[in-house]
Design a protein around this ligand. Structure first.
Ligand code: MD6
Ligand code: FE
Length: 215
């Protein structure tokens, strides 16, 4: 067996980070064209924007949402909102190709029946970063989170259940999907400042989609 067999055959490969968290390498690759086409439409309806944290800092990552609920932050705090505060309209619907990919990745990781109602779209330019945080604005921690990486690589920080615990570094590249739930659901995580790079489909950017069951 060749070491590079998975890559040669375009197949996905599974790497467990800890109990409840798994990286499905290249899992989203076969949907790349459909995903990026859908993103163009979504971003025309609900443009990317740099939100402000409750502490008053402008986030370096540009964000938007699709689905029934969108994650937002402003000077009043973090929340899920059915309305895009910038347009006053509901967020764009979640494309079928997104929902299907998220459900299949979750099932592959052992979380059958995942039906996301929120998709946060993050765009990183070189230098953009996400500091260590827990995802805890969702109502039910029983559902996993499915995170899709597209475009240029990033180093994902995967820590413990306390902020002080040393974080693992996981390089995520185009098409990788991280599924995260059960005993791992409240682990601290973040993204190191993005290095300059180029990807033929996203240019100088990384795009991350995180699917959640918010309500
Ligand atoms: C990112 N991801 O990869 C940011 N959260 O750009 C997240 O914050 C995240 O990838 C929960 C579960 C998986 C994630
Ligand atoms: Fe997160």
């Amino acid at each position: 067996m060749s070491l590079f067999e998975d890559a040669e055959q375009g197949r996905s490969r599974r790497e467990e980070l800890c109990s409840g968290a798994v990286v499905l390498r290249r899992f989203a690759l076969s949907d790349e064209t459909a995903i990026l086409a859908a993103l163009d439409g979504l971003m025309a309806e609900a443009p990317l924007r740099h939100m402000v944290t409750p502490g008053g800092f402008r986030m370096s990552v540009a964000m938007t949402n699709c689905g029934s609920w969108g994650w937002v932050t402003d000077n009043t705090g973090y929340r899920y909102d059915a309305i895009d505060p910038q347009s006053g309209k509901p967020w764009p619907g979640m494309p079928d190709v997104f929902a299907k990919l998220a459900q299949e990745a979750a099932a592959d990781a052992g979380f059958e029946g995942f039906v996301p109602d929120a998709c946060l779209i993050n765009r990183y330019a070189p230098g953009a970063r996400l500091s260590l945080h827990q995802d805890k604005n969702e109502r039910d921690f029983g559902a996993p989170i499915v995170s899709v990486s597209l475009g240029i690589p990033a180093v994902f920080l995967f820590g413990g259940s306390r902020r002080e615990e040393k974080a693992m570094r996981v390089r995520l590249t185009h098409g990788d999907v991280v599924v995260w739930g059960g005993p791992a659901r409240l682990r601290y995580h973040g993204v190191l400042p993005l290095k300059e790079d180029y990807h033929p489909l996203t240019g100088g950017h990384r795009i991350n989609l995180t699917f959640r069951k918010a309500a």
